[in-house]
Design a protein around this ligand. Structure first.
Ligand SMILES: *Cc1c(COP(=O)(O)O)cnc(C)c1O
Length: 804
């Protein structure tokens, strides 16, 4: 069947007419934003046909479906990705060109969908792309936040948070579905009564009801028919309710639910609003799953055969008691039958071992906001205790209890109520089994497994680095596009000097693109022949941006002191948002920017190095920053970074990893070999030992190391700021609170590793070979591999069949 993207001419004709019809003006008189909206809608509607076919195929073949519940989806922009996945990029690009338009201008009108904090949300987005591209029926469930995390601006060297109005030009990908609205109930009280059969029935009298209204986005696979759904729930008022606080309070309360992404992914504050958000999208998502299941099947008995639910961290863990509630109260299941269905359906992914980031809620808050769910959580815990005691394991119950010390421990609830618990890198999963969930392993020895994270090679290689993609095609053919493990074929060519030269030219071209962005947006001139050394990720003490900037400070101070000490030219790039309430992180941003001012304005030293802080780290920034890198900084304190995915994006674009043995860095080195990465620093075991024996003392390092003393003293002696107290939090964190993340402990090793990086760079051919090896070995880190493992080992999900 011919379609309007069939040819350039048909596209042009239809597009011009659609724009003109939509705005009642000649095409020539319309605005770029208007054209963008029409183009987006045309692409979405084009995907609509596959969307329908996918839904029909699922129904007809009674296929199992996955629902990925995540508080965050960091999708970035979708225009390029959708056009390429639908295989209509060139038609549209050429057609627009004929109309005097540049496709890049259209692409640049789109705002990033920044519905997330960082890695966790970006993982969810990569998973969506892989699911559809592998013909797996897997949908996303999240909140339609009106504002993204925040837009970061740097003013007087400091982070300013501005609203991120990602919807200001509308969202061309979404379809509003008010007919699928769900009522979500909060607060109030629960009445219970026994029926004639002695069965308990609960009646919830809520204080507060909101309507959850879905907006659906099609998620199109790469050259596949499969088109899944990302469902984002908006909160609207319910015409028939108001709460005890009156109309205005009710309206404000409803508006607040979907206002903002919770601006912190690593610490939890007792925020009732956050708990409200969590239940809001969980309740709505479960309701939709139940209803669509019952449209096809007579009962919920086979829910676990037809539906898999994956919990992305503990934020959606209320899925477990909510699904119990529906089965018990609405469909009158017995407890044991309901519990079997729930645990068969639900699986949980852990993302952190940081104690302060393991989610806990005050019992009183859960009881008052979600009275019926709280009763169910109590009963889950009571039965769990009975079970543990009966296995003769009563000594450990207190460690694994869901309710203790007045709090609901969400990770414990997740482990008890899921059939699978996975970590996100080998090392992380080992730490879960040996430490965080040790006692659970005794109870459920078979529940735990590893699924090393991945990234979609389509966005992070094919679309964001067309220059490298082209070179790879010329060298190894294009099979790697659909089978990324085929990148390994590049190993046969890594010694080829002609290829090495071509590759270095590609890298140079990417560096020029980044340099142009930096010049245009920040007014800084950078040397594209310098080593591009990049650290871009959320700002957090454990990620140790501080260690990185300390190295820069050390180099500067040493070059100032010793005119015979000079380095090979380097540009240090940083990009990072700090949570608005995280004062130490914000002070580190300030330090980086103040160091940048001093270094970049020093006429002598700036010949050897520049420091660039790129504001507003986001998917779109990542797309131009990471593939220009020579050095990928992955320097977290060992044991703290669950996996990292930034590390994989750099690797796939050739950068060498300068890293600690943490998260997925371990698996990166395992593949490229120690000779093709630069690994330094304390290992997890070393750090555990230092902690355990309480033998680490930051002052000893300060007193014994001239370099450390020089750097620390420079924080207070007006080298970077005229105010000696400017960096007090940093100084106190290291020197008064004994450097919790071992920055000083790893400093000398890091400086030495950086010297070795420079030495490697001097051998251009060897360097190019290392970069090519990194690319060749990166196929494993495609999220296609990750998703295939989830599908096989956790979800029991098979590719859809579209036979007529
Ligand atoms: C990949 C990515 C992350 C995760 O980076 P890490 O280095 O793994 O912490 C965060 N934010 C954005 C925008 C990303 O693209």
């Amino acid at each position: 069947m011919p379609h309007l993207f069939e040819s350039k001419d048909s596209f042009k004709e239809n597009f011009k007419e659609a724009v003109s019809d939509a705005y009642g003006r000649d095409f020539e008189d319309t605005y770029p934003e208007e054209r963008y909206i029409v183009l987006g809608n045309m692409i979405r509607d084009f995907a609509g046909e596959h969307w329908r076919e996918t839904k029909n195929a699922i129904k007809k073949t009674e296929s199992k479906q996955l629902y990925y519940f995540s508080m965050e989806f960091l999708m970035g922009r979708l225009m390029t990705s959708n056009l390429m996945n639908l295989n209509i990029y060139d038609v549209v690009k050429d057609g627009l060109k004929d109309l005097g338009m540049d496709i890049n201008d259209m692409e640049n009108i789109e705002s990033d969908a920044g519905l997330g904090n960082g890695g966790l949300g970006r993982l969810a987005a990569c998973f969506m792309d892989s699911l559809a591209s592998l013909d797996l029926a897997g949908h996303g469930n999240c909140i339609r936040y009106r504002y993204g995390l925040f837009k970061q601006k740097i003013e007087n060297n400091q982070q300013i948070e501005l609203p991120d109005c990602w919807l200001k030009n509308g969202n061309v990908w979404e379809v509003w579905k008010p007919q699928h609205a769900v009522k979500v109930k909060f607060g109030g009280y629960v009445d219970g009564y026994m029926d004639g059969y002695g069965k308990f029935h609960a009646q919830h009298h809520p204080d507060f009801v909101v309507r959850a209204v879905p907006y659906d986005e099609p998620i199109v696979g790469y050259h596949t028919t499969t088109t899944n759904t990302l469902r984002l729930w908006d909160a609207e008022v319910d015409e028939d309710s108001v709460n005890s606080g009156g109309l205005n309070e009710y309206l404000n309360q409803v508006t607040a639910i979907t206002a903002n992404v919770y601006p912190d992914d690593s610490t939890i504050e007792g925020k009732r609003l956050r708990l409200t958000q969590e239940y809001f999208f969980v309740c709505a998502g479960i309701d939709q799953i139940i209803r669509s299941h019952l449209r096809v099947y007579p009962s919920l008995d086979n829910l676990g055969d037809k539906v898999a639910i994956q919990l992305n961290d503990t934020h959606p863990v209320l899925v477990i008691p909510e699904l119990m509630r529906v089965l018990l109260d609405d469909y009158f299941y017995d407890w044991d039958d309901a519990w079997n269905i729930v645990t068969k359906t639900v699986a949980y992914t852990n993302h952190t071992v940081m104690a302060e980031a393991l989610e806990k809620w005050p019992q009183d808050m859960v009881r008052s906001l979600l009275p019926r769910l709280y009763m169910i959580i109590e009963e889950i815990n009571r039965r769990f205790k009975y079970d543990v005691d009966h296995r003769g394991l009563c000594g450990i119950f207190n460690n694994v209890s869901i309710l203790k010390e007045g709090q609901v421990h969400m990770a414990n609830l997740a482990v008890v109520g899921s059939h699978s618990v996975n970590g996100v890198a080998k090392l992380h999963s080992e730490i879960l089994v040996n430490d965080v969930f040790k006692d659970f392993v005794t109870i459920y020895p078979n529940k735990f497994n590893n699924k090393t994270n991945g990234i979609t090679h389509r966005r992070w290689l094919l679309f964001s680095n067309p220059q490298l993609t082209k070179l790879l095609e010329e060298t190894i053919g294009d099979e790697f596009k659909t089978n990324p493990e085929k990148l390994e074929d590049l190993m046969a060519h890594v010694e080829d000097e002609a290829l090495q030269t071509k590759f270095m030219d590609v890298k140079l071209e990417r560096k020029k693109i980044l340099a142009a962005y930096v010049k245009e947006n920040l007014g800084i001139d950078i040397d594209v022949n310098s080593i591009f050394d990049c650290q871009a990720k959320r700002l957090h003490a454990y990620k140790r941006q501080l260690l990185n900037i300390f190295h820069v400070m050390y180099l500067y101070l040493r070059m100032k002191q010793d005119p015979s000490f000079r380095i090979y030219p380097r540009t240090f790039f940083y990009s990072a948002k700090a949570a608005a309430s995280y004062d130490l992180a914000k002070e580190i941003i300030k330090l980086i920017n103040m160091v940048a001012n001093v270094v970049n304005n020093d006429p002598e030293i700036s010949k050897y190095m520049k420091v660039v802080f790129i504001p507003n780290y986001s998917v779109s920034i990542a797309e131009i920053l990471l593939n220009a890198a020579d050095v990928s900084e992955q320097i977290s304190t060992a044991g703290k970074e669950a996996s990292g995915t930034g590390n994989m994006k750099y690797m796939m674009n050739g950068a060498i990893t300068l890293g600690t043995l943490d998260g997925a860095n371990v698996e990166i080195v395992e593949r490229v070999g120690y000779e093709n990465a630069e690994i330094f620093g304390l290992h997890v075991e070393d750090i555990n030992e230092l902690r355990h024996e309480n033998s680490y003392n930051a002052w000893n390092l300060y007193n014994s190391s001239y370099n450390i003393r020089m750097v620390i003293d420079s924080l207070k002696n007006c080298t970077w700021s005229n105010d000696p107290n400017e960096f007090k939090l940093i100084n106190n964190d290291l020197m008064m609170r004994n450097d919790e993340f071992f920055v000083l402990a790893d400093f000398e090793a890091y400086v030495y590793a950086q010297e070795k990086v420079q030495a490697r760079y001097m051998d251009k051919s060897r360097w190019a070979k290392t970069m090519l090896i990194n690319i060749a070995k990166s196929g494993y880190f495609s999220s296609d591999r990750t998703i295939s493992e989830y599908a096989k080992e956790i979800w029991d999900l098979k590719p859809l069949s579209f036979e007529k």
